[in-house]
Write a protein that binds this ligand. Sequence first.
Ligand code: PLP
Length: 431
Amino acid sequence: PERADITYFGAGPALLPTDVLETAAASLVNFNGTGLGLAEHSHRSQLASNIVNEAKKDLATYLDVPDDYDILFMQGGGSGEFSATVYNLVAVWVERRKQRILKDLGVEDNKQLPENVIKELQKAVDEELKIDYLVTGSWSLKASQEAARLIGPEHVNVAADAREVNGGKFGKIPEESTWKLSKNPAMVYYCDNETVDGVEFPRFPAVLAPKGVDEPIVVADMSSNILSRRVPIKNFSVIFFGAQKNLGSTGVTVVVIKKSLLPPTVANAEPSLVRKLGIPNGPIVLQYSTIAKNNSLYNTLSIFDVFIAGQVLKKSLNTFPNKVDGQQALSEKKANLIYAALDAHPESYKVVPDKSVRSRMNICFRVTHLESGIDDSEKTFLEGSVGVGLTGLKGHRSVGGIRASNYNSISLEGAEKLAKYIEEFAAKPRK
Ligand code: PLP
């Protein structure tokens, strides 16, 4: 088939706008008349810096990222960030705890920490260090497991496990009042949109809102819903996302981070103390302060992928004069169309997550049929969809069913086409 014949609903990597790909393809051979392809240009060149700076600026404009936040382009994907968030925010926690002990004991901050300070710090790490996770789906579960692997399960507090309120399966978000948050955690981590389970936080959790001096350190994985709705950036310490769903091509991961978290910590200044305390000190390429200091060009970065992300941002800025609010309205319209078609036929379809937490991005449902049973109907549904150019609809292998990923590159026409197919399939007689 031709590219134009297909609407691809895969969960990631996702569709990219064809005009962006055409520009990118030409740039791979000869970028801006330099005679050299973009993937061949040095990441140390002015040209590379310009591409990074332009993408940062456009992302900040599109999402209204405040000035006291920095934007980093990193490598290692969303999964790399499961580890990076732990390394970096535990180091910040230890540094702050160290400062408090020094103050309490009236000791000056000095490279050579006295034994009693080290002892106090060790005690604090052993007894107080916690990272809180809201486990609402497969990806936040994976992040919490990575944290347990890195610093030990005794430091990981699962403040909420969605399976406990939904018969052992993901599909709901427990009431905020039931979350068991720690007193002073290194971070509260959650995944804003669970790609596999189709669960999205409807809004920023009120209990995590900043409260004056004692701001909670909130970290969110927005890999699969960034750029699709307005985000109260000020409420977060770190937001991260892989580019490959709503931003660009696979190969870069974006971190939006509060600048106050970037000054050196024990992890930079006192690696031997970190070793003594028994907390992990991650690879330098995952260290936010190092990447920020070098404007994301500490080591070889795929400028080509940053360029594609930049082109997508330019296109979005041109399409939506009111920036991400415009995309948000469209995303909601598309999702509503698809959910309405599903809800209209309860005899044929069952949306997996609870209505209150339905994702606008990953629409997960089962095809049911009273007589023929689920499996057969889903196979027929999928075969028929491919026949009309709707592809990539198979659910994640861990949960089965159907998943329509309604990312930004799915046009309104694409969503309409899927809604129509859902309607028509329900109307067909099936054995
Ligand atoms: N977080 C979310 C929400 C995801 O959907 C994914 C991948 O689909 C990841 C993290 C992992 O990303 P990566 O494959 O880039 O490591």
